[in-house]
Design a protein around this ligand. Structure first.
Ligand SMILES: *Cc1c(COP(=O)(O)O)cnc(C)c1O
Length: 391
């Protein structure tokens, strides 16, 4: 099935005011560059917190680790989910308390566990006996939570298959953790990034409930459920607003844990920062491959290696805006590097005004998450994308 070409009203993604501010701010900046609006990040954080006031938010740093974002979220009271000693060092440098940090990567070196523990971190995720043994040895007495496997169904960017273990394994890990002197604290999962099927949380929560009960029968009282990330940003593919997610999640928790509510932890990344970014790019060339081709190629000065890696398989469809009017035509969009995989969208047809030409600016919206942090260092000599903050 060939998808329909698509052009959108800009304000489905960003208010005219916010966009105009970014457009003005970036007018004389060299492209490509990423402009991040901190007000939007602030309102996304506050919205989630308002909907789930009793929860603790651990911002997933990998989505966008810009210092200014960390400082803002730290001020707002956010906690942080980190995956490496490098991320930990950054947070400590910026004054984040280790009590607000969770080591949320199940794939970690034994020495790194020790490093986190020495720096004061007491919250660790695990999904295997080998990792649990390392934690018991190098982070004695720490709180551990156990990640269950989910399959990522319904998400546009599944990341789940690699992490987590079957509930039967998790049950054994819980018992072992206690035996090895750790404090079994809770269960976590991640339903896949940009998850459009809210029901996925229901299924995962039912598994948590099963494990809470099984642990309780073995005399272990788990206290926390970590619902992971997966909340959406606003891309072309329409999703429910975050409030639909939170109200459903509240209902699922209420159904499964009516007697005693567990602590709820969240690890949002994409939904906090995605909508706050605009990648400002420039058209290098508009050309046709054959005299009779129907769709021209539009080559931008940013592509897969410059931060748009999530266009792999055209998984994430960014809203792309050109400030021109006129008759529209379908185009193929590609990046500037000498790698033939550096094509952004070919199957899915974007339409742009016929009048576009070399040197025109192209605004790629909803690029606040997983762009700068995914950028290559100097493929073809292109430097990593520069980010600018608007406060
Ligand atoms: C990437 C990641 C997140 C953030 O996921 P989003 O879909 O961006 O919200 C949360 N938790 C863990 C463990 C992750 O790896």
């Amino acid at each position: 099935m060939t998808p329909e070409p698509y052009r959108f009203p800009l304000n489905r993604f960003m208010s005219d005011k916010a966009f105009n501010r970014i457009q003005k701010f970036s007018k004389n900046l060299k492209t490509p560059c990423l402009v991040l609006d901190l007000d939007i990040i602030k309102s996304k954080y506050k919205e989630l917190k308002k909907e789930l006031p009793a929860s603790t938010i651990f911002y997933a740093l990998k989505a966008n680790p810009h210092d200014e974002i960390v400082l803002l979220l730290n001020d707002l009271g956010s906690h942080f989910d980190v995956a490496s000693t490098h991320e930990l060092d950054q947070l400590l440098r910026l004054g984040v308390s280790p009590e607000r940090i969770s080591y949320g990567n199940t794939i970690k070196k034994r020495d790194d566990v020790e490093y986190f523990f020495d720096k004061g971190v007491r919250l660790f995720v695990t999904d295997s006996f080998e990792d649990l043994r390392n934690i018991a040895d190098k982070a004695p007495g720490a709180n551990v939570f156990f990640r269950i496997l989910t399959d990522g169904t319904g998400s546009d960017w599944p990341l789940s298959r690699k992490f987590g273990a079957h509930p039967d394994v998790v049950y054994s890990l819980i018992l072992k953790a206690k035996e090895w002197g750790l404090s079994p604290f809770g269960i976590s999962f991640h339903v896949g990034s940009q998850q459009r099927d809210i029901g996925q949380w229901d299924e995962a929560l039912a598994r948590c409930k099963y494990l809470f009960d099984a642990a309780s029968e073995a005399g272990i009282r788990l206290k926390m459920i970590n619902l992971g990330g997966g909340f959406p940003a606003n891309y072309l593919e329409q999703t429910n607003p975050v409030i639909n997610y939170t109200s459903e999640i509240k209902r699922f928790v209420e159904e499964d844990f009516a007697d005693e509510h567990p602590l709820i932890y969240l690890e949002p990344g994409r939904s906090i920062v995605g909508d706050a970014g605009v990648l400002v790019s420039e058209i290098i060339r508009v050309s046709k491959k054959t005299k009779s081709s129907y769709q021209p190629w539009v080559f931008l000065d940013v592509g897969k290696f410059g931060g748009l890696i999530e266009t792999i398989d055209e998984s994430i469809r960014f809203p792309i805006y050109v400030d021109k009017a006129g008759k529209e035509e379908e185009v193929i969009l590609a990046g500037p590097t000498c790698d033939s995989m550096d094509i952004l969208y070919e199957k899915f047809k974007y339409t742009v005004p016929h009048s576009i030409e070399e040197g025109d600016r192209v605004y790629i919206l909803t690029t606040g998450a997983y762009t700068q942090s995914y950028c290559s260092i100097n493929f073809n000599g292109f430097p990593p994308i520069r980010a600018y903050i608007i406060k």
